[in-house]
Write a protein that binds this ligand. Structure first.
Ligand code: FE2
Length: 301
């Protein structure tokens, strides 16, 4: 059987290997590449078990104070302080939609954004040599690891992620023509990710459209966020121009910072756990929402 376009078997399943040249080439042209069987099953179970512990501890503390995560700008404003603090913390964010009286506890949407620097399990996974090999294969010289997210996409309530470019949220001083643009996104399927439970969709080649970028920045107070630009360019692609990217548990997709992508609601009975990190080949500017205190600087992959 011919593998689907854009899907490449990782040469040594679960272990370190160089990025296949065909995957690097596809990434350059399309803005993404899926690397199948990148992870060993025990890596997936370790991340899932650790996330379950973090979420259980969050519920035990009283989840009512959890911030709702949304990609809608207007709703985000009230939660700015907690969102900004999460750049250097492990914080749980709740789904907008909940199922009162059905679920035992409010559904967590994601955990972010410093798992890779504060949690040993996520730190070891994120800084495995095979992870760096992917960035190097794409052409990054000194990949700086800036943020991490554990995304649950819970059954029946997992929210839509509207069309966006990751470069709207993770900025760098890397030139636009650098191999991954402003940032390189990694997204691991920790469970099978399907059309039913809200897999990723991307617009092949949209990283090269030159459209104006929206950016989530700090405002003058440096205590709240504001967007530069608007969503128009990110939302301009009709659904027909997207390609669905279902993945098996253990597959990795890498995303150019400027490729437009989205995911739909999870209306199924199955969760869609994923882990994601973003690296930049340069420095994070002071205008970006993602800032670290001097005590916890960004470190390389
Ligand atoms: Fe994204």
């Amino acid at each position: 059987m011919t593998p689907a376009e854009g899907y490449f078997a990782w040469p040594a399943p679960g272990r370190e290997a160089p990025l296949p040249a065909a995957a690097a080439q596809f990434f350059r042209e399309n803005g993404y590449a899926v690397l199948t069987s990148f992870c060993a099953p025990q890596e997936l179970s370790a991340l899932r078990a650790r996330a379950a512990e973090i979420i259980a501890a969050f519920h035990a503390e009283g989840a009512g104070s959890g911030t709702v995560f949304t990609t809608r700008e207007e709703a985000r404003a009230t939660d700015d302080a907690r969102f900004l603090a999460s750049a250097a913390e492990i914080s749980c964010f709740l789904e907008e939609k909940q199922v009162p009286g059905v679920a035992a506890a409010p559904a967590v949407n994601k955990i972010g954004h410093a798992l890779h620097d504060l949690d040993p399990t996520f730190g070891a996974f994120s800084r495995a040599r095979k992870v760096r090999a992917v960035a190097e294969g794409i052409g990054l010289r000194a990949p700086l690891l800036t943020q991490s997210m554990y995304i649950t996409k819970s059954p029946r309530v997992g929210g839509e992620v509207r069309p966006h470019r990751d470069a709207a949220f993770v900025h760098s001083d890397a030139p636009p023509d650098s191999p991954a643009g402003a940032c390189l996104g990694y997204w691991w399927a920790l469970e099978d990710s399907t059309l039913a439970n809200g897999c990723l969709w991307a617009v092949p080649g949209s990283h090269r459209d030159g459209a104006h970028f929206r950016r989530m920045c700090l405002d003058e107070t440096r205590a709240a966020t504001r967007f530069e630009g608007d969503e128009a360019a990110e939302r301009s692609y009709p659904h027909e121009s997207y390609r669905a990217l279902p993945m098996n548990a253990g597959d990795l997709i890498v995303l150019h910072g400027a490729v437009v992508h989205k995911s739909l609601e999870n209306t199924s009975e199955r969760s869609r756990h994923a882990y994601s990190i973003h690296v930049v080949d340069g420095k994070v500017p002071r205008s970006c929402w993602l800032q670290r205190p001097a005590s916890l600087p960004f470190r390389e992959l």
